[in-house]
Design a protein around this ligand. Sequence first.
Ligand SMILES: Nc1ncnc2c1ncn2[C@@H]1O[C@H](COP(=O)(O)OP(=O)(O)OP(=O)(O)O)[C@@H](O)[C@H]1O
Ligand SMILES: [Mg+2]
Length: 138
Amino acid sequence: MVKNYALEELPAIAKEVIKSSKNKVLLFYGEMGVGKTTLIKEIVKQLGSLDTVSSPTFSLVNEYHTISGEKIYHFDFYRINNENEALDIGVEEYFYSGCWCLAEWPNKVENLLPLKSVTITITSNSDQLRTLELRNNG
Ligand SMILES: Nc1ncnc2c1ncn2[C@@H]1O[C@H](COP(=O)(O)OP(=O)(O)OP(=O)(O)O)[C@@H](O)[C@H]1O
Ligand SMILES: [Mg+2]
C-alpha cells in the first residue's frame, strides 16, 4: 500500500498500518525527522496502550503494555555502533518473541532482521505531507 498523509490523518494511517500488517515486526525506514516516532506513538495508542511513547535513544528498546496484557517493544537503532550491541540486548529474542516490535533505523541491524517483517518507508513531500509505503515480507 502507498498513502499520502498529513498530521491530521495520523489516526487513519496508523489504523491502516495495523490492518495491513501481516506480522508484528514493523520496520520504520525514513530520514531523520520524517515522522517515524510520531506514527509509532499513534500505533502504540491504537494497539491499546496508555503508556507514554518516547524514543529509546539510549536504552535501544522501550517496553510498553497494552490494556489486554500484550507487550510492545519500541527500538531506535540510530545510535548503535555495530550489530553486536543489538545482539547484546537480545534483539533476536525480541524479534522472534511474537510480541509487537516497532523499530526505527532498522538498516543499522540489517543482518539481524527476521525474514517475516513489515517494511514501512516514510518520505517527506512537503512540510506537512508524508508518503507511506507498506510492504509485507516473508
Ligand atoms: N504528516 C506528518 N506525519 C508525521 N510527522 C509530521 C507530519 N507533518 C509534520 N510532522 C512533524 O514532523 C516531525 C516528525 O518527528 P519524529 O520525531 O516523529 O521523526 P522521526 O522520523 O522519528 O525522527 P528520528 O529519525 O530523529 O527519530 C514532528 O515534529 C511532526 O510534528
Ligand atoms: Mg524517532
